[in-house]
Write a new protein. Sequence first.
Length: 160
Amino acid sequence: MQEMNGSIPSGARATSRVLLLSDRDRLLLLQARETSAGHSWWVAPGGGLEPGESFEAAASRELLEETGQAVPIGSWVWTRRHVYTFEGRRYDQYERFFVARWEGGEIAPIRQDSYVAGHRWWSLGEIEASTEDFAPQRLAQLLPQLLRGEYPHPAIDCGV
C-alpha cells in the first residue's frame, strides 16, 4: 500500500472521516444513496473541511453533526484519494480517516446530508458476509487491524 501522508493534492476537496468503533467491536457506517443511479453504499461518517479547519477538527465536527455525540478523535490511520461522479457531477476528494471509540448513547443526527438514508452498526463478520458496497472497498481486509487496537503509523492508503 502506498503512503499518502503529504499535503492535500492539488484540486482535491479535503475531507475527514471517522471510523467509529463500539465497545462490542462494531463499526458505525452511514448508508449513502445516489438517487439518479439507484445505487447505495456504506461509508464512515465525515465530510469536508471548512476554511482554516484542521482534519481533526473537521472529523470531530462532522461526527457530532452526523451522530449527535461528541466523541474524542483518535489516530489518523488511513488516507484515500477518490475521484468519482455523483448525481452527474465529478468530484475529486482527498480523505483522512481517524479512529474513535464509542462510549454509547443514541445516534441522533443534528445535521445530516441529504444523500444519507440511514445508519447501522456493523460487525466484521457482517461486513465480510455482505454483498453491499462499502467505501473503502477493502474495508473488510483493513478493519481487523483496527479492531485489535493496531493503528498504522504513518497512515496508509486504504484505496478506493
